[in-house]
Design a protein around this ligand. Structure first.
Ligand code: NAD
Length: 433
């Protein structure tokens, strides 16, 4: 099949590379000349494990093609996927301008029957608006259907998530379009869920809101555990063994971030409110998530006896989660900005395995280090902000010798408190004794 993918971000580029690898001809359409030229040379716009090799292989095979030109990509395509960004507006509503701009450009270039699929996360009724827009813009003879096929990949494991999804959601009101999508997904295993367009749009938001709620629930219990002198991780281990509940995503820590959970929770609250629903539970999910950051910042201040001036902190981890360089809505940025607001003369040393290039554009006035050991040199407190695997087995005795005062604030609970304390550290996790 020949298909087009509009957008080459985390979703677009992974989807394009996988469908090309499955033998399709894939046009990946961008809007920035420089980025498209780099992609044509196999240079990635972001870090995702395994993606560079996959893109290069399919570029060389001639199955994956990059272009700025919709007129080159859309006419030969049976299916066109919209994979552009849907960030939050200031009021929490999803900003759909990229989706509508892409839909208009697709419409202008439609010739034969084409299925236009929205993979971007969009609020209920967006696909109806996309349909109206395309109808108004396209040439008379062109025929099309609109389908909602939300994406569930996770950054860091995007390739295996796309190849082995738990489910493929197809929201369509046309059998012909539905069948074309089923054909394209033929080689990919995973439950097929066939829904109406509105239902499919909702599945994505409900999934992300529930995952975010699990994190905030774990954090709420963590806050209480600290007051009670019990260890939240041990409690959640006990809870998680109940098969009705499970342990997955009950992650206490510095809260959720990234380009999806914060904006999708906001957008669902917004949808609810515009239909007269209070969405109180989700509002609380958001405030607990903010509290997770402010409580962590408070711990940092207290661990330095309230005196931040001329102190040095080491930060391990900047990306919003491991195995990505994505800094969008990352807790690290919120923590550092809150600390800087409290004290300009706080010195910050930083290390992240992948996100430092992107961080350099946002975070000035910090010292970027080559590895964790260089980072902690002369520091008064060490913060673990992202749970990269390489931080789990550090030589903590060496770390202790390099630090000025041996204090670890573990924002992801990656260490065993007893072991770390035995080495002579003051250790504070989230919700731990
Ligand atoms: P992104 O910001 O990384 O990428 C968006 C891409 O769209 C960019 O490359 C941008 O240049 C391109 N673009 C915008 N307008 C365009 C146009 N008119 N023509 C061509 N290209 C255009 O975003 P992302 O993280 O890939 O997310 C895309 C969508 O998928 C969002 O709605 C997001 O919520 C959803 N989603 C993201 C993830 C994730 O983990 N990142 C997972 C599931 C769903």
């Amino acid at each position: 099949m020949t298909i087009s993918i509009i957008g080459h971000g985390y979703v677009g580029l992974v989807t394009a590379a996988i469908f090309a690898d499955l033998g399709n001809t894939v046009w990946c359409v961008g809007r920035t000349k420089k980025k498209i030229e780099r992609l044509k040379q196999g240079k990635m716009p972001f870090f995702e494990p395994g993606l560079s090799e996959l893109v290069k292989r399919n570029l060389e095979a001639g199955r994956l093609k990059f272009t700025l030109n919709y007129a080159q990509a859309v006419p030969p395509s049976e299916i066109v996927f919209i994979c552009v960004g849907t960030p939050s507006k200031n009021n929490g509503e999803a900003d759909l301008s990229q989706v509508f701009a892409a839909a208009a450009l697709i419409a202008k270039n439609l010739i034969d029957y084409t299925v236009v699929v929205t993979k971007s996360t969009v609020p209920v009724s967006t696909n109806e608006k996309v349909k109206t827009l395309i109808d108004k813009t396209k040439k008379k003879k062109a025929k099309f259907d609109v389908v909602s096929c939300p994406e569930f990949l996770r950054e860091g494991t995007a390739i295996s998530d796309t190849l082995h999804p738990d489910r493929i959601i197809i929201g369509a009101d046309s059998k012909k379009a539905q069948n074309l999508l089923l054909d394209l997904h033929g080689p990919i295993k995973g439950e097929r869920v066939l829904l109406s367009i509105r239902e499919a749009e909702m599945v994505k938001y409900v999934s992300n809101a529930l995952l975010a709620a699990k994190i905030s629930f774990a954090n709420m219990i963590a806050f209480l555990s600290e007051k009670l002198g019990v260890d939240v991780e041990r409690i959640l281990d006990g809870v998680g063994l109940d098969k009705r509940l499970g342990r997955v995503f009950l992650y206490p820590g510095v809260g959720y971030g990234g380009s999806c959970f914060p904006k999708d929770v906001k957008a669902l609250i917004n949808t609810g409110k515009s239909f007269g629903e209070r969405m109180g539970l989700l509002q609380e999910v958001e405030s607990i998530n903010q509290e997770a950051v402010s409580k962590f910042v408070q711990k940092i201040v207290e661990s330095l006896n309230g005196r931040l001036r001329n102190k040095t902190i080491a930060v391990l981890g900047l990306s919003f989660k491991p195995d990505t360089d994505d800094l969008r809505d990352a807790p690290s940025l919120k923590i550092l900005s809150a600390l800087k607001k409290k004290e300009q003369k706080l010195k910050i040393r930083i290390y992240d395995p992948q996100a430092m290039e992107k961080a350099k554009i946002i975070l000035k006035d910090v010292v970027y280090c080559k590895n964790p050991y260089e980072t902690v040199r002369g520091c008064h407190v060490l913060l673990i902000v992202t749970e990269w695997n390489e931080f789990r087995q550090l030589d903590l005795e060496k770390i202790k010798k390099l630090m000025q005062t041996p204090i670890i604030l573990d924002g992801r609970n990656i260490y065993d408190p007893e072991k770390v304390k035995k080495l002579g550290f003051q250790y504070l996790g989230v919700g731990r004794r």
